[in-house]
Every structure is written in structure tokens, then in C-alpha cells.
Design a protein around this ligand. Structure first.
Ligand SMILES: Nc1nc2c(c(=O)[nH]1)N[C@H]1C(S)=C(S)[C@@H](COP(=O)(O)OP(=O)(O)OC[C@H]3O[C@@H](n4cnc5c(=O)[nH]c(N)nc54)[C@H](O)[C@@H]3O)O[C@H]1N2
Ligand SMILES: Nc1nc2c(c(=O)[nH]1)N[C@H]1C(S)=C(S)[C@@H](COP(=O)(O)OP(=O)(O)OC[C@H]3O[C@@H](n4cnc5c(=O)[nH]c(N)nc54)[C@H](O)[C@@H]3O)O[C@H]1N2
Ligand code: SF4
Ligand SMILES: [Mo]
Length: 815
């Protein structure tokens, strides 16, 4: 038994390059439940991050009583991390679940029945469609529903109502991942495979704290690092994360300067001839422009802008330029930072310049964050069209029109689908009057929280919120719909490396809660949405029908699901798309043949100018004659929109801790996880602490141009000049935490700003200018974990984070 709060990654199982990652089955059962008590194990996959670890849910007396990793699965080889072990099943079944719809009457949310709740929505919806038209409707969904649910929502919005105003919280999450792949390769679609970890000689983690955010993937990395041919590791992160601590080179860049660093790395490849000219000539366009763009970024210039050592830039470039097999992963330190798409495209460029992708160990993982973010993008429940279709390509629109039995003009495609930040802007201005929020909590997760609260609370906005719990967002709603959660419904979803898993229903949802799919289908029925031939638009009776319809939508597309079925996904491992009848085992890696989906007829986008976001358009794109080659795209570096100044002299950046997931609706309802990271804090460097007279645990005020938070300080290993805050801590559990209702806010997004990347439209959660001052003495150390990047600089200043007896997990290593 292992305390998996204290030991996040569990027991090491080292392995050599090219060998199979050993199997280790992790299992956690509720107190007092033994193996013999478990009546059924129900197959699923974890929905607490994008790693998509396959698992079986233990069921007893109609309740989820535990979880175990699936040994046969290619993703996790039996392992689970702390969130999966403690948060998944315990996070869903709680006394305070929503069990009945709620409706606002005289200013108060009161319980009601489904008919009343749905009719209230449908009446408002009909009235608005008649009076104003479909542009009055906005949908803001998630990266945490199932594929079938997104597809239903996508069809309703696009073929049923005809509104372009639909996006996911994936806009805050992996919009840049998709954008970078579209710009470089013509389409969304992950090139790499997790198996590239097993095969590589070097690994680059760009703005990715994998140790805390994909703990099982990091266990795979740790097992390679502990094995015979240890790969080299390069970390780009302003904090001394667990990744940084294992790195051969740690480039602690100033937040907001990623692109300057990337220019420097690319330049070193050119200068030292670490490029594959044949590959470049045959399979790419744009090399001359790229060489010009990076020209001035000598290692010394990078050092000055980014605050790193020139020698480290040279060393990192040499590792990239000279190793045989190299893997890159990219996540929020790039995607939510300044010039996100341009910086992420430079990662693609590094690989293209050396021809290092599509073969074992040579991979790019433009990561996802949320468990089902890939499906939001594929199924068109965000600012994309289903099946990676191009909104500017009339043939692609015609395919959808045929599939859905509606006239092409019904499907909005006169302009790009509306991104989330713009949807909220339209709601602010009053043109969107019905906003339907599913499985996301924007009151906590969107930037500039005071503004978001103002929008959600507008009298002329009819707000529908569909969730498991009465979240901060749900409290603003006109109608709250109680959804069934993970384990209570059936569906499929796809992880970072395109692996599709089936999650079966283990238990009944509480009270009257219904699956999101049933809710969407009910709305379509009540709205009487029909095809042009009069048949119902959605005649699916359940998730499997939706999946089969989705399969048809993907036929012949890059994300081809036609070889998959619920039956095939049951029993064994998850399967990576593309998977067709001719290719039933699916596809580990894309682009081994260097044939990229950039053909005019195939591409998902004609691309953008990475500096301004201006679209290239079909005419110019055709003239480029890309024809299956990749595009080496870039943009000049410019400083972040808000740089430190006299008044706000520090750089504020935000992110995650290993023990909490997002706005904590699930993880704070697991005792083990809640205790490990109970309340908000902010991290400052020893240098800044000393200068400002701040000691560990002292209460500090962190203020930006948009707001203030007051939280205990963790004097930690963040780089001087930088303040880091976890974004998990909203205010739904203030009372439980013993905080006064009127005490100052602690929520990270009070301070962040309404600014986004020009191409991906992803908000810049990671660079804001702030001032910090000490407010009160410490009552104890900050409530931050000591096992992770948030550890105190002085270890004796806070007690070690441990889980105690109910955090013990059974691990079984199989040879
Ligand atoms: N425990 C846990 N795991 C999760 C989640 C969770 O909430 N909790 N959420 C999941 C989701 S949805 C996502 S999107 C992923 C996110 O996973 P990550 O991207 O790994 O997580 P973050 O902590 O947001 O950011 C990563 C790192 O970016 C660094 N950073 C900040 N600013 C900059 C910058 O300008 N440049 C660079 N290079 N680095 C910078 C931060 O110091 C931080 O360590 O995690 C997933 N996994
Ligand atoms: N400052 C700052 N802000 C950030 C980030 C950051 O790094 N810094 N990261 C951003 C990123 S990457 C992300 S992904 C977002 C995440 O932000 P959110 O999406 O707002 O966070 P969650 O807490 O995951 O919200 C999901 C909601 O869905 C509910 N839910 C769970 N399962 C189901 C289901 O099956 N059906 C329904 N209907 N509801 C369900 C949960 O109870 C929860 O309320 O935050 C973003 N905001
Ligand atoms: S790594 Fe992610 S998917 Fe796997 S158990 Fe942890 S939270 Fe779940
Ligand atoms: Mo995310």
C-alpha cells in the first residue's frame, strides 16, 4: 500500500528505450470495502484530465465504491493518479448533487419539474427565434462531456437553430493546440503517440507541468528517466516544477516571452546546420521567411528578453538538433501565454526542420488539458465544424448539409464560428439573449471575473446552466438543469494521443438528474427541430445511435471513426483514430509519410497571419500551392500586452496544483484531495519576499488593474519577479472553509485580463502585471502542497503533505 497523496506518482517501474512500459495496476476501494464485496467492475476512462487513463469502476449496492486501472490499456498500463484514484468516483456522488431542475421565481432559484424547466427554455427559445433570429442564442459548453453529447449539441446549433455562437471552454484550454496544428499541418489531429516517450532520446516540455497535470504520463517519463538509457529532458517553465527538477536544461523564461526563446532555438538549428534540407525541400513551404524571422534572435538576445542563460539556450538547441529521436509536448505555459499560436507553431517547426515526426520516438504532442477536449473540437461543439471540416469550403458545408438533411444555407458559415470570448461580449452587449452553459463554470474559470459576473447576472440575459452541482455560475442561472455525471451515463471520448475509450454506465444518476445527451435530445424534440424532409433532426434513442451517426460524419476524414464501435471498444485497450474498416487497429502516429492535410480540398483552415490573426482566405491559399506539404509558419516577437511597470512591477501567472481539478467541483468533494490543497494561496520568490518583508504564510494582497485577491503567501521557488496563483479556488465552499462571506476574494481570475491570442483566441491567463503587499501576519504556513512545484523554498517552514490512512492505494506491479 502506498500513500498516493504523499507519493503522487507511485512506485517506480524503470524500463529501457524501446521496451514496453511495465504494467502496474493501481486500485482504490472505499473504506471497509474489500475486493470480494465488489459486485461489478464497469469499464470506463478517467475524466479528470486529458491523459484518459482507462479504468474499471467498482460497484456495490448501486453505488460507485472504488476504481482500478486497466492493465490492458495502451494509455496507462494499469496506473491511475491521485485525481483518478480519489477524485473521480468520490467527486460525483455527494449529498449536495443537483437532483431536480431549478427555476428562478421572484429572484430565487426554486425546485421544479423537468416539464416546467424545459418549457421555460423552449418558450424563451421560440420567442427569441421568432423575434430576433438564431443569433440571439449562444451555447458555451465543455471539454468534459462525451463525444455523443457534443455531436448532438453541434447538430442542434448548426442544423437545428442555425447559430454560429457555439464554443467550448476548450477555448480557454486547447484552442491553441488545435490552431497550431491547423496552421502547420492544415488540420487538427495529434501527430505523436504516448509511445514516443518509450522510444525517445530527448524530451522537451514547453510550458507543461506534466508532473502535476498528467501524473500518469509523468510516471511513464519517470520510469524512462530511472531506466538504462535515460533520455535528456528540457523544461521551459518560469517555476521550479518537478519537471524542471528532473531536467538537464531548465529554461526559466519570463512569462510572456516564449516566442523569443523559440526563435532562438530555431535560429540555432539553422546556424549549426542541424536541419534536414531534403525533408524541408520535399515536405514544407516557408523556410526562407522562417529563417528571416528568427535572424536577430541570437542566444544573447534571447537571454536578455527571456531572462535565461545564453549557454542554456545553446545547450537546449544542441540537444534538439543532435539527438536521434526527440519528443516535444506543449501546454498552457505556451497556450495561455502571449503569442500562443506563433510560439506553439515554432515547436512544430523545430520538428519539421529536422524531419522528426511520425516515426517512433519522434513526436509532437500539442497537448489537450481536459479529458474530452479533443471531441469538443472534432464534433463541432466549439468554433470548428464537425469532422475537421473547413467553414470556408463550400464542399465541406455541402457534406454536412447532406448528412443532416438541411439546406447548406441553414448551416452558419458566412463568418468563422464565434469564439467564447466573443460570445460573452455579445451577451454583454445584449445581442445574445439566451446563453446555455453546459459542464463549465465560467464565473470562476474565465478571465476578469468581475466582468464575467456582471454579464452572467444581466437581467436581459436568459441563462441556462447544466451541471452536477450548484456552482458559482449556476447561482446566476434562470434555469438550472441537473445532469448525470461520469459513471452515471454512457459514452465515448478521445484523449491527447487520439485514443478513443468507451465509458459505460455504472450506476443510476441521483434523483431526476439526466444525461447531457438526454437533455439535448429533449430540447431538440420539444423544439420540434426537423430535417428538410420533415423527419426529426435527431432521431437517436441513446448514445450508441449518436456514436453511429458520428461515425458517418467522420468517414474518410482525418479523424475517421468508421472502424470503431461500442463493441470493439469494450474489453481491450482504447484504440487511436484514424480507424477505418481497412485499418481496424487504428493509427499510432500521423504523418510518417509526410503527407499533410494541407490540400485546398482537405484542409480545415486556409490559415492566418500569426501576428495579427488576419485570415489568409481561399484565393491566396490556393496560390500558395501547399499541396500536402507542411507550412513553416511564424511571426515576429512582440512584448505581452501587459508588461510590468512602476505601479504593477511583478508578473502574475496562474495554473494548477496536482491535487485539485479546475474549480474543484469534484476534487474538493474527495476528502483526500481537499485536505492536500484546501484553500487558495499565491507563490512569490524568496527575493521578492525579502524585499517586501513577507514571510511564509503571511497574508498578502495581490492587485492588478482589474481586481485584488488577499491570500496567504507561499515563499517558494518561482523565479524572481513572478507571482503564481492556482486558479482552482472560487467561492462555493467559503462557508465550509470558515471564510466570512464578505471577506476579500481569493479567486485567481479576479486579476486576469480580457486579452487573447489573435489566431486561437485563447485568453492570456498567464501574463498580467500586479503589485504585492503584505497585509497581515501568518497564522501558519500557506495551505499549499509541499510535494510539488508549490513547495516552500525553506522546507522546514511547512509540514510535509501526506494523505494518511485513507489515502493508501494498492499497487500491483506485473512483470
Ligand atoms: N492536477 C490537475 N491536473 C490537470 C488539471 C487540473 O486542473 N489539475 N487540468 C487539466 C487541464 S484542463 C489542463 S489545460 C492541463 C494544464 O496543464 P499544464 O499546462 O501543465 O498546467 P498549468 O499549471 O496551467 O501551466 C503549466 C505551467 O506553465 C507555466 N507558465 C506560466 N507562464 C508561462 C510562460 O509564459 N511561459 C512558459 N513557458 N511557462 C509558463 C507555469 O509555471 C506552469 O507550471 O492540466 C490538466 N490536468
Ligand atoms: N487563471 C486561470 N484560469 C483558467 C485556467 C488557468 O490556467 N488559469 N485554465 C483554463 C482551462 S485550461 C480550463 S480547461 C478551464 C476549466 O474551467 P471550467 O470548465 O469552468 O472548470 P470545471 O471546474 O472543470 O467546470 C466543469 C463543470 O462541469 C461540471 N460537470 C462535470 N461533469 C459534468 C457532466 O457530465 N455534465 C455536466 N452537465 N456537468 C458536468 C462540474 O461540476 C463543473 O462545474 O479553466 C480555464 N481558466
Ligand atoms: S492522469 Fe489524468 S486521466 Fe489519468 S488518473 Fe490522473 S487525472 Fe485521471
Ligand atoms: Mo484546460
Amino acid at each position: 500500500m502506498v500513500d498516493r497523496i504523499a507519493d503522487i506518482w507511485g512506485t517506480r517501474t524503470p524500463f529501457a528505450r524501446g521496451a514496453a512500459w511495465p504494467v502496474r495496476v493501481d486500485q482504490k476501494l472505499a473504506e471497509g470495502v474489500s475486493d470480494a464485496d465488489v459486485e461489478r467492475w464497469v469499464q470506463a476512462a478517467c475524466v479528470l484530465c486529458s491523459n484518459g487513463c482507462a479504468c474499471d469502476i467498482a460497484v456495490k449496492d448501486g453505488e460507485m465504491v472504488g476504481i482500478r486501472g486497466r492493465a490492458v490499456d495502451s494509455v496507462n498500463h494499469g496506473r491511475l493518479g491521485p485525481k483518478g484514484l480519489f477524485g473521480s468516483w468520490q467527486g460525483v456522488r455527494n449529498r449536495d448533487r443537483l437532483t431536480q431542475p431549478l427555476i428562478r421565481r421572484d429572484g430565487e432559484l426554486v425546485p421544479t419539474d423537468w416539464d416546467t424547466a424545459m418549457n421555460a427554455i423552449v418558450d424563451r427559445s421560440r420567442a427569441l427565434l421568432d423575434e430576433v433570429g438564431p443569433l440571439s442564442h449562444g451555447f458555451y459548453t465543455s471539454g468534459q462531456l462525451f463525444l455523443e453529447e457534443y455531436y448532438a449539441l453541434g447538430v442542434i446549433g448548426k442544423a437545428g437553430l442555425g447559430t454560429p455562437h457555439m464554443d467550448g471552454n476548450t477555448r480557454l484550454c486547447t484552442a491553441t493546440s488545435a490552431a497550431a496544428m491547423k496552421e502547420s499541418f492544415g488540420s487538427d489531429g495529434q501527430p505523436g503517440s504516448y509511445e514516443d516517450i518509450d522510444d525517445c532520446d530527448a524530451m522537451f516540455l514547453y510550458g507543461h507541468n506534466m508532473a502535476e497535470t498528467q501524473t500518469v504520463l509523468w510516471a511513464r517519463v519517470l520510469d524512462r528517466l530511472a531506466g538504462p538509457d535515460r533520455p535528456l529532458l528540457v523544461c521551459v517553465d518560469p517555476r521550479d516544477t518537478e519537471v524542471a527538477r528532473h531536467a538537464d536544461v531548465h529554461l526559466a523564461v519570463r512569462p510572456g516571452t516564449n516566442l523569443a526563446l523559440m526563435h532562438g532555438l530555431v535560429r540555432e538549428l539553422f546556424v549549426n546546420g542541424w536541419i534536414d534540407q531534403d525533408y524541408i525541400d520535399a515536405h514544407t513551404i516557408g523556410v526562407d521567411e522562417l529563417r528571416d524571422t528568427v535572424q536577430r534572435w541570437t542566444p544573447e538576445a534571447v537571454a536578455e528578453t527571456c531572462g535565461v542563460d545564453a549557454a542554456d539556450v545553446r545547450r537546449a538547441a544542441e540537444i534538439f538538433g543532435t539527438t536521434e529521436r526527440v519528443l516535444s509536448t506543449v501546454l498552457q505555459g505556451f497556450y495561455q501565454s502571449s503569442q500562443a499560436t506563433a510560439a506553439s507553431c515554432q515547436v512544430n517547426n523545430l520538428h519539421l526542420l529536422r524531419g522528426k515526426l511520425g516515426t517512433p520516438g519522434n513526436g509532437i504532442l500539442q497537448m489537450n488539458g481536459q479529458p474530452t477536449a479533443q471531441n469538443t473540437r472534432e464534433a463541432g461543439a466549439d468554433g470548428d465544424l464537425p469532422g475537421f471540416r473547413n467553414w470556408e469550403n463550400p464542399d465541406h458545408i455541402a457534406e454536412l448539409a447532406q448528412l443532416w438533411g438541411v439546406h447548406p444555407d441553414k448551416i452558419p458559415h458566412w463568418s468563422p464560428p464565434t469564439h467564447a470570448m466573443q460570445i460573452f461580449r455579445y451577451a454583454e452587449q445584449g445581442s445574445i439573449q439566451l446563453l446555455w452553459v453546459s459542464a463549465t463554470n465560467p464565473a470562476v474559470s474565465m478571465p476578469e471575473a468581475a466582468r464575467i459576473r456582471r454579464i452572467l447576472g444581466k437581467d436581459d440575459l436568459f441563462l441556462v446552466v447544466q451541471d452536477l452541482y450548484l456552482t458559482e455560475t449556476a447561482r446566476f442561472a434562470d434555469v438550472v438543469l441537473p445532469a448525470a455525471g461520469w459513471g452515471e451515463k454512457q459514452g465515448t471520448f478521445t484523449n491527447v494521443n487520439r485514443t478513443v475509450h468507451l465509458a459505460d454506465k455504472a450506476v443510476e444518476p441521483p434523483g431526476e438528474a439526466k444525461s447531457d445527451l438526454d437533455i439535448f435530445l429533449d430540447y431538440a424534440r420539444r423544439m420540434d427541430l426537423r430535417r428538410d424532409d420533415g423527419r426529426p433532426l435527431l432521431d437517436w434513442s441513446g448514445p450508441e445511435d449518436a456514436f453511429n451517426a458520428w461515425r458517418e460524419c467522420t468517414r474518410g476524414k482525418l479523424c475517421d471513426y468508421t472502424g470503431l464501435s461500442y463493441e470493439r471498444l469494450r474489453g481491450g485497450s482504447g484504440i487511436p483514430w484514424p480507424c477505418s474498416e481497412d485499418n481496424p487497429e487504428g493509427t499510432k502516429r500521423l504523418y510518417a509519410d509526410a503527407d499533410f492535410p494541407t490540400h485546398v480540398e482537405r484542409c480545415e483552415t486556409y490559415g492566418h497571419d500569426l501576428l495579427t490573426g488576419a485570415t489568409v482566405g481561399p484565393v491566396k491559399y490556393r496560390a500558395l500551392e501547399v499541396n500536402g506539404r507542411a507550412i513553416l509558419k511564424s511571426a515576429p516577437y512582440v512584448a505581452a500586452p501587459e508588461e510590468p511597470d512602476q505601479e504593477y512591477p511583478l508578473r502574475y501567472t496562474t495554473g494548477r496544483t496536482a491535487y485539485q481539478f479546475h474549480t474543484r467541483t469534484k476534487t474538493a468533494r474527495s476528502t483526500q484531495l481537499r485536505r492536500a490543497a484546501p484553500a487558495a494561496w499565491a507563490e512569490i520568490s524568496t527575493v521578492d519576499a525579502e524585499r517586501l518583508g513577507i514571510a511564509e504564510g503571511d497574508v498578502i494582497s495581490v492587485r492588478s488593474r482589474r481586481g485584488e485577491i488577499v491570500v496567504p503567501a507561499r515563499v517558494g521557488d518561482v523565479m524572481p519577479g513572478v507571482v503564481f496563483a492556482p486558479f482552482h479556488y472560487g467561492y462555493w465552499d467559503r462557508e465550509a472553509l470558515g471564510q466570512q462571506p464578505d471577506s476579500p476574494p481569493t479567486m485567481a481570475n479576479e486579476l486576469t485580463m480580457t486579452e487573447w491570442d489573435p489566431v486561437s483566441k485563447q485568453p492570456l491567463f498567464k501574463n498580467t502585471a500586479v503589485q504585492v503587499r503584505r497585509v497581515a501576519d501568518a497564522v501558519g504556513p500557506a495551505p499549499a502542497p509541499t510535494t510539488t512545484a508549490s513547495r516552500p523554498a525553506d522546507p522546514s517552514s511547512a509540514p510535509p503533505t501526506t494523505g494518511g490512512h485513507d489515502a493508501q492505494v494498492h499497487e500491483e506491479v506485473m512483470s
